[in-house]
Design a binder for this molecule. Structure first.
Ligand SMILES: Cc1ncc(C[n+]2csc(CCOP(=O)(O)OP(=O)(O)O)c2C)c(N)n1
Length: 327
């Protein structure tokens, strides 16, 4: 883990908003896991437990005109853009009024009016798309930035190589946030890449400046992401950030993560509790910290009740939105 960066320049108001975001992700995903175990969500679920600080910090560092492409582990990034918890639940529960109108029971959705790209896959596919958005901003002379995330496993895919290569030569305003969580599914990093220093790979391989940050520290992620976003906006070309984390669950709900040794787990703190401790050190009283936990729990409970009451899709609409070629 990287040492904590105690950035006194991040205002208390922003720290409190980060706390709200990581709490909401944590509590919403706990509900999602419970719903999955009750058989009320089909397929599987991929949560960001232990990695909440990364989506929250990077999401909050963007301006409203910027574009972001989050993956499954960055629910807090959606929330930072103003997407509601109820909207997320409506998708998981396959509701007609959800973002995919019941076609997906996961995080494969975008919110165009909030400049959030839809998740295609978590294996690097969003990298070339995000670079394309950044190229459009550059060609139109707009002061906007595009940001996406990918994991250490995704880093070994062709799309990531192509996307980073293109971003470098076109010198576009894009930020890559790499969630380095020691495993690609269950494969340890050292078994899928020989050079395991990801920042060194990004800088040496693609010529993109890459900061290192402790991915369990939301304030540090925010501060580093803000710097990267502003550099990109000022025309200094693509920027990257590697956030070191550990998944609190397996790759998906069905994966018990028994391959993660206890010694490794012991090296990582909980991002939610870490931020709570930091706020206490900032002078926030315990009762105020608790009040915020309760407020987040109430928001999640109300959002779930709202989503549960939403209508299911009409079976007659099954073929709507499906492209079919005439025989
Ligand atoms: C073409 C393809 N191969 C394999 C998979 C299964 N798969 C999904 S994500 C993943 C690894 C992702 O690793 P990483 O980017 O490090 O993310 P993490 O799960 O650690 O968060 C794998 C093997 C897939 N979805 N598609």
């Amino acid at each position: 883990m990287e040492p904590a960066v105690d950035d006194p320049g991040v205002p208390l108001e922003t720290r409190l908003e980060l706390f709200r975001l990581v709490l909401l992700q944590r509590l919403a995903e706990e509900r999602v896991m419970a719903l999955y175990r009750q058989g009320r969500i089909s397929g599987s679920v991929y949560t960001g437990r232990g990695q909440e600080a990364v989506g929250a910090g990077a999401g909050l560092a963007l301006g409203p005109e910027d574009v972001v492409a989050p993956l499954n582990r960055e629910l807090a990034c959606h929330l930072a853009r103003g997407v509601t918890v109820a909207h997320v639940f409506r998708n998981f529960l396959g509701k007609a009024t959800g973002p995919t109108r019941g076609r997906d029971g996961n995080m494969h959705f975008g919110v165009p009016e909030k400049n959030v790209f839809p998740l295609v896959s978590m294996l690097g596919d969003l990298v070339p798309l995000t670079v394309g958005a950044a190229l459009a901003f550059k060609r139109r002379g707009e002061p906007r930035v595009a940001l996406t995330f990918f994991g250490d496993g995704a880093m070994s895919t062709g799309d990531v190589h192509e996307g980073l290569g293109l971003a470098g030569v076109l010198d576009v305003p894009v930020v890559f946030v790499i969630q380095s969580n020691h495993y690609a599914y269950s494969t340890p990093t050292e078994r899928q890449m020989r050079v395991t220093d990801i920042a060194a790979r990004v800088e040496g391989g693609w010529g993109i400046p890459c900061a290192r940050v402790d991915g369990t520290d939301a304030v540090a992620v925010y501060a580093a992401a803000l710097l990267a976003v502003e550099r990109a906006r000022l025309g200094r070309g693509p920027q990257a950030l590697v956030a070191t984390t550990l998944r609190g669950h397996g790759h998906a709900a069905h994966d018990g993560a028994t391959y993660v040794p206890e010694e490794l787990r012991a090296r990582y703190g909980d991002p939610v509790e870490r931020l709570a401790a930091r706020l206490r050190a900032d002078g926030l009283g315990e009762d105020e910290v608790e009040r915020r936990r309760h407020a987040a729990a109430d928001e999640v409970a109300a959002a779930l009740a709202e989503a549960e009451a939403a209508p299911a899709p009409d079976p007659a609409t099954l073929e709507h939105g499906v492209w079919a070629s005439p025989l």
